[in-house]
Design a protein around this ligand. Structure first.
Ligand code: MF3
Ligand code: CO
Length: 249
């Protein structure tokens, strides 16, 4: 499959999908508190996406059983919401996707449950900063590797490792399109970025090393060494100037 270039009109629809995703994540962030079960967040996401006249992307995707992914502490991505109770000091990554008028939006945030310690706060800030560094590097005429290298340099300079087995991705009518968007690499690698490309950039940063394991539920990805992990994601469009963040409010 080639990289699919979108028209300005298609990007405008993707921005509507993206705003819905951002709205749901903001709502979840406001509602999240210690004592809550992760399944309660899934219920909120499922209700809000319908209210906003969109459909959830993840439910049923390769058999994924929920609307939202909630990955807690050493969990990196693809945590299935359930009976787990969030505790003061936990960090929870919330990953959500929606389909509006045939186009996808995909974004993730990591939030503290109540008050979190300084080590966790620094990890979250570094992960969000790494995402922003990747977005800033994304402009027409550079290689895709410019994004990857910007994310990796930002993260590793601050002492964190970047997960290698999972990547960002092209996005459009499908949640996952070409190309893969790794969070590590060299600026001269990969295809050239062109106006109209739409990408999900999603760094996953660990305090320990980058190796991962998959849980008994066959979905939940955790750090192999048990260290804390964070995940931030935006869907962006390559424009003639700075990249446009589609999953912003
Ligand atoms: N943001 C994740 C991704 O881009 C969401 C996929 S979760 C799944 O891969 F459950 F849908 F697989
Ligand atoms: Co994604």
């Amino acid at each position: 499959m080639p990289i699919i270039i979108k028209t300005k009109d298609e990007i405008a629809v993707m921005q509507q999908a993206g705003r819905i995703v951002a709205t749901v994540l903001e709502m979840l962030k406001l509602q999240l508190r210690p004592g809550m079960k992760t399944a309660e967040l899934d219920v909120i996401a499922a209700r809000e996406v319908v209210r906003l006249k969109a459909k959830p992307s993840f439910k049923g995707y390769h058999g994924y059983p929920a609307t939202l992914c909630v990955s807690v502490n050493d969990e990196i991505v693809h945590g299935i919401p359930g009976e787990r109770v969030l505790r003061e000091g936990d960090v929870a990554s919330l990953d959500f996707g929606a389909i509006f008028r045939g186009f996808q939006g995909d974004a993730a945030i990591t939030v503290g449950v109540g008050t979190i310690n300084a080590e966790a706060q620094r990890l979250l800030a570094a992960c969000e900063g790494a995402l922003q560094a990747g977005i800033t590097a994304a402009r027409p005429g550079v290689k895709l590797g410019a994004i990857s290298a910007a994310v990796q340099n930002y993260a590793e300079y601050r002492g964190y490792s970047v997960v290698r087995e999972y990547t960002g991705h092209g996005i459009g009518r499908q949640m996952h399109e070409e190309p893969q968007v790794p969070n590590y690499g060299r600026p001269e690698e990969g295809p050239e970025l062109k106006e109209g490309m739409t990408l999900a950039i999603e760094p996953m940063l660990n305090i320990g090393d980058w190796r991962t394991k998959i849980g008994r539920d066959r979905w939940t990805v955790s750090t192999l060494d048990g260290s804390l992990s964070a995940h931030f994601e935006h869907t962006i469009a390559i424009t003639d100037g700075e990249a446009k963040v589609l999953t912003a409010l």
